[in-house]
Ligand binder design. Structure first.
Ligand SMILES: Cc1cc2nc3c(=O)[nH]c(=O)nc-3n(C[C@H](O)[C@H](O)[C@H](O)COP(=O)(O)OP(=O)(O)OC[C@H]3O[C@@H](n4cnc5c(N)ncnc54)[C@H](O)[C@@H]3O)c2cc1C
Length: 379
């Protein structure tokens, strides 16, 4: 087996493309192996929402997510400069509409906790709104709404375009992209991974990065307990509201169980189901679509007149404790995992790429990975 690359990245979703791009820009020779076509799985199916997690949780993952969101504007601007492709990053903010007392009280505590940790230009990031203030921002708010929690740091990105930009950047920076190439196992010499076996043959490298999303744990049984991923299906419905009077959103609108993401061209995305038992079944189901539509119509009854443009599903990379795996895989030297990002893979892509590049280029990272280690006990 000839070592032809410094690094092999397995999987061409948002994580694999971001990692490969970052490494190639630093002068590393990278091969990216993708079993289908790059950027067509979870990363394509996602809603494109980039929001900080629950501010009442103050752990290292929360901090990684916040740091990643702070990187996003430059990340997209830089990609656009290099590729000419606009990922439509838009920090328009989100409002979560509150309809029950319990959730309202939790939102008050989240506003306080969030602003204690994070302000932007000395302005609070979270703000409680009364119903009139919420209606001023989004006229679609119904009369039974108790109030809303606004987050000015939430943003959205047009993920299919971001993926296109990343792929173009990878090609331009010399990543050897091999699509229609399935990695069937790791090539291991003693305790050292020195490449991969694919359905096209063997390929050598001194480091291998597993970015295969929901499929990661299927790559090789030797990943064992180190990396345990499984698919969590999410279904999405896309509506066209351009001809519907009175329906205009400028924020991402959230309510427990559902979110509405307005795109600049008059489309509104309704997301998303969270199905842990569906396996790799790609269908959109009548029950899934019905649930989404019921939530959306309760939130904004006027959506009943909107046209249905399409629907799709994707497989979030779930893990037993819902935390990603980012870091070196114990017991297999030369192997790094960057997978299991579950519901926040888009949001975490820039920071994941930075961490993996630091581990490969310098052998260390300043980021706190204490809850993301591969091989951790998930009980
Ligand atoms: C409906 C839905 C809505 C979502 N909304 C959001 C959101 O708004 N914001 C957010 O941050 N996140 C969201 N997510 C989550 C986000 O999409 C994922 O966390 C993220 O896309 C994971 O990226 P990935 O690159 O790890 O996986 P993927 O995009 O699934 O990429 C993995 C790639 O690996 C390839 N692969 C697998 N096995 C092999 C193999 N053996 N050999 C070679 N290649 C292989 C696959 O073909 C695939 O292309 C959503 C997900 C879904 C499904």
């Amino acid at each position: 087996m000839t070592t032809t690359h410094d690094v092999i990245v397995i999987g061409g979703g948002i994580i694999g493309l971001s990692v490969a791009d970052r490494l190639a820009l630093s002068g590393v020779s990278v091969a990216l192996l993708e079993k289908g076509v790059c950027g067509r799985e979870a990363s394509w199916a996602a809603a494109g929402v980039l929001k900080p997690g629950n501010p009442n949780r103050r752990g290292p993952i929360q901090r990684l997510q916040r740091a990643s969101l702070e990187l996003f504007p430059d990340y997209c601007a830089d990609l656009q400069e290099r590729t000419g492709i606009d990922s439509e990053y838009d920090r328009g903010g989100s409002i979560e509409l509150l309809y029950d007392d319990q959730r309202y009280r939790m939102a008050v505590s989240e506003e306080r906790a969030g602003n204690e940790q994070w302000t932007q230009a000395e302005q609070p990031v979270w703000r409680m709104l009364n119903p009139d203030e919420a209606r001023d921002l989004e006229p679609v708010v119904t009369d039974d709404c108790l109030g809303a929690l606004q987050c000015s740091f939430s943003a959205q990105v047009r993920n299919p375009r971001l993926l296109q930009a990343l792929r173009a950047s990878c090609s331009a920076s010399g990543v050897c992209i091999q699509e229609a190439t399935t990695v069937t196992e790791l090539a291991v010499d003693g305790e050292r991974v020195d490449g991969v076996v694919t359905d096209q043959g063997k390929l050598g490298a001194s480091q291998v990065v597993v970015c295969a999303g929901a499929w990661s744990s299927q790559i090789d049984p030797r990943l064992g307990a180190g990396v345990q991923t499984y698919p969590v299906r999410g279904q999405v419905v896309l509506l066209d509201v351009s001809g519907v009077a009175g329906i205009r959103f400028s924020h991402i609108v959230l309510r427990k169980g559902c979110y509405l993401v307005p795109r600049p061209d008059g489309l509104v995305l309704i997301g998303a189901t969270v199905e842990h038992e569906a396996g790799f079944d790609r269908r959109c189901t009548s029950a899934g679509v019905n649930t989404l539509m019921q939530h959306a119509l309760t939130l904004v009854p006027g959506l009943a007149k909107a046209g249905v443009v399409g629907m799709w599903s994707g497989f979030r990379p779930g893990t037993p404790d819902r935390r990603p795996y980012i870091g070196r895989v114990p017991g297999l030297e030369g192997l790094i995992a960057a997978t299991g990002h579950y519901r926040t893979g888009l949001a975490l892509a820039p920071i994941t790429a930075e961490i993996v590049a630091d581990l490969i280029l310098t052998g260390r990272t300043d980021r706190d990975l204490s809850l993301c280690e591969p091989g951790r006990s998930s009980t």
